[in-house]
Design a binder for this molecule. Sequence first.
Ligand SMILES: CO[C@H](O)c1c[n+]2c([nH]1)[C@H](O)[C@@H](O)[C@H](O)[C@H]2CO
Length: 446
Amino acid sequence: MIKFPKDFLWGTATSSYQIEGAVNEDGRTPSIWDTFSKTEGKTYNGHTGDVACDHYHRYKEDVEILKEIGVKAYRFSIAWPRIFPEEGKYNPKGMDFYKRLIDELLKKDIMPTATIYHWDLPQWAYDKGGGWLNRESIKWYVEYATKLFEELGDVIPLWITHNEPWCASILSYGIGEHAPGHKNYREALIAAHHILLSHGEAVKAFREMNIKGSKIGITLNLTPAYPASEKEEDKLAAQYADGFSNRWFLDPIFKGNYPEDMMELYSKIIGEFDFIKEGDLETISVPIDFLGVNYYTRSIVKYDEDSMLKAENVPGPGKRTEMGWEISPESLYDLLKRLDREYTKLPMYITENGAAFKDEVTEDGRVHDDERIEYIKEHLKAAAKFIGEGGNLKGYFVWSLMDNFEWAHGYSKRFGIVYVDYETQKRILKDSALWYKEVIQKNSIE
Ligand SMILES: CO[C@H](O)c1c[n+]2c([nH]1)[C@H](O)[C@@H](O)[C@H](O)[C@H]2CO
């Protein structure tokens, strides 16, 4: 049996656009994901977050489920377009939803953990110079974050400024798979810079407000990159893949500079880094209280002269999830050890880890998702090994509490430990939820 520390924070995670629905309710205006999902061909079968899991109306039932599972904390995100439906125009009715949600959580003794930005940028912000491409976005974001701190500050013990700046910039402005769907790498790096700057400015605002008992950090998606062979060129490919996925965000936050090798590589593609101003890196690297780590899989790369990153992914030997991601729990251990060795001794939380599998409701009305139990168990073993070696890992949030809108994949991919029948909005605790409940009760895994 593997025991976890006494105060280990067991949780689950969701995000606003993926579960709430009620996209036109109580003053909310469209986000870039409302626009993107309604654009022909952008999401699986044209799926949108219009209804999603109808969490906006069913939040009490969902908090009951959280209580039944026995989580200690629940990570959710706040929809910026509910709080500021127009530039500078605060919407108290939008804030009231989160106050109701938090009240329910606190009544059930569940710690609310809030992500300030999980990709649902207000459309009005995008309409003003491309959203994160516009340096003004920093000012808009700090106004939004400050209002959250004012209204919810001390009832949220863990504040996460951003979920995965890599996805909100590279995937969204560079690769084009996520909203707003641009395919311009210079724009991607500009967006990344402004998102990181907005993080730093929000942390400074948080510090000035001196919010007792609350901590602030950021969540990064980190994908360890391994060379396909011992060949020097494959090792170089892995170095660039690591810079692309990980160091471009870890270095400015923890070292106060962008990685030299990537600056050199990128300068050939995007030209001048004229969007980096005097003092920006000092702001981005202001001290934080914890690091959120989203881990799902690793990458294995070989050298490819023709690709921008000189790296081409090669499939790993492990089993895959429904997303096609290799299952590699040992890479989570490697990642945590590397973060501890090279970046930070601060408390870390695994703010997302989970998997999509082909879930179906069987005759007995249950969902026997043994593969998901296995996935979570193996990653918890990796986490426990790190903790056992003195690693400062303080908690683990399963992605996700419930099946939800999986971005460009719509509702075709199920990550939840709770099954959602989208026709009826019925929730069914999968076997993984019942297993996780026991893990939390015993604070250990077999
Ligand atoms: C490589 O996966 C990324 O780190 C990642 C995976 N995921 C995420 N980021 C997002 O934070 C969630 O909104 C997704 O629903 C979830 C599942 O796809």
